[in-house]
Design a protein around this ligand. Structure first.
Ligand code: MG
Ligand code: ZN
Length: 358
């Protein structure tokens, strides 16, 4: 008798528990994040992040992320990817050949996450420290069989719908063109506001492009705090009730790697770290923003070594002037961030983001 009563009790409890779970699931169905911010450290492998840790007095922004993983970066054509194919896989989820921007290996354009979010009614933006026509930003806003076609990519940008904010360099590809067309005048006519610097921006609601240099911006620290400032301004301009998508690139971590210049590399990592802090401060306050940080590939084959076997010195050692094939890190924060742990292909980043943001 006692046993039967206990069983009945357990049955009731189990039923209650089960039904309360179901109700809870219905009431608290996970809602996707309103905003998505993707940051790409071009050429930023694990050693680049570690170089920042070693030289930083304070806790880095990277250590603020609750989840991290590894991304596989090889392209459709090569074990070692270039920035065009590496960024393209992140932007649209399709492996392509080195040199190709926003297209598959058969030269068919593939929509990027920026374009998909724009289609869904979100505001969108891109912030970089290179020319806005360079491979990584182009992967999100253009489709071209070759990254070398800067003027063609500028033309595509000038005709682009669904892009609200674009900050970087590369003015010459808009104004000193072989076809003689002044794309900047054409874009003003279409409703864009275009400036040389961030403080000139007057209307936060207008589609706005800032081209701060003829080509790329200066290296850190000479260019000052352009990247963190431009990122803060972009967030301020994009923030709206339907949400936004923003891609921010630490473009010149890669340049310092190619040059095997460890001093500039650390300065570029400090600048990218400052930018991450701006983004995380916003995301923490907002509570409904997914932040994903990754890289397209590693540059320089950087290792941090004990040069004399005595553990008394630490040297930065570059093994190539090109890219290398190593895992690159993925860091994530915000709703759904836990999905970015473990080893993933670079093509999975967009599918994870899209599933979460649904
Ligand atoms: Mg790049
Ligand atoms: Zn590179």
């Amino acid at each position: 008798m006692k046993t039967r009563r206990l069983l009945a009790f357990l049955l009731v409890v189990t039923t209650l528990f089960a039904s309360s779970c179901t109700t809870n699931d219905k009431n608290q169905a996970p809602k996707g994040p309103k905003n998505v911010i993707v940051l790409i450290g071009d050429g930023m492998g694990p050693a680049q992040v570690y170089a920042l840790l070693l030289t930083s007095q304070e806790k880095t922004a990277f250590e603020r992320f609750p989840y991290s993983g590894f991304s596989i970066t090889k392209s459709a054509s090569n074990e070692i990817t270039d920035s065009a194919a590496g960024g393209s896989a992140i932007a649209n989820g399709t492996k392509t050949n080195n040199g190709v921007v926003g297209m598959d290996p058969d030269s068919i354009p593939v929509p990027s996450m920026l374009e998909i979010f724009a289609e869904q009614g979100k505001k969108t933006g891109v912030v970089v420290t290179c020319s806005v026509t360079h491979a990584t930003p182009a992967d999100f806003i253009a489709h071209n069989i070759t990254r070398k076609d800067n003027e063609g990519i500028a033309l595509e940008i000038s005709e682009k719908e669904g892009l609200n904010v674009l900050f970087g360099g590369g003015k010459k590809y808009f104004t000193e063109r072989k076809d003689g067309v002044d794309l900047i005048s054409k874009m003003w006519e279409k409703g864009w506001n275009i400036y040389d610097s961030l403080p000139q921006i007057e209307d936060n609601n207008a589609r706005t492009m800032v081209l701060a240099c003829r080509k790329h911006l200066d290296a850190a620290p000479q260019r000052g705090d352009f990247l963190p400032k431009a990122t803060a301004k972009a967030i301020e301009m994009l923030d709206n009730e339907n949400g936004f998508f923003l891609m921010v690139e630490g473009s010149q971590i890669d340049f310092a790697g190619h040059a095997n210049d460890s001093t500039t590399l650390v300065e570029e990592m400090i600048d990218f770290n400052n930018t991450l802090n701006v983004v995380l401060d916003y995301a923490e306050k907002d509570g409904n923003t997914l932040v994903v940080v990754t890289a397209d590939h590693e540059t320089g084959g950087l290792s941090i070594i004990d040069p004399d076997g005595k553990y008394t010195r630490t040297d930065f050692n570059f093994s190539t002037g090109s890219h290398s094939a190593v895992f690159v890190p993925v860091f994530s924060y915000g709703p759904g961030a836990e999905r970015f742990s473990g080893i993933m292909d670079n093509t999975e980043i967009i599918s994870k983001i899209m599933e979460i943001a649904k």
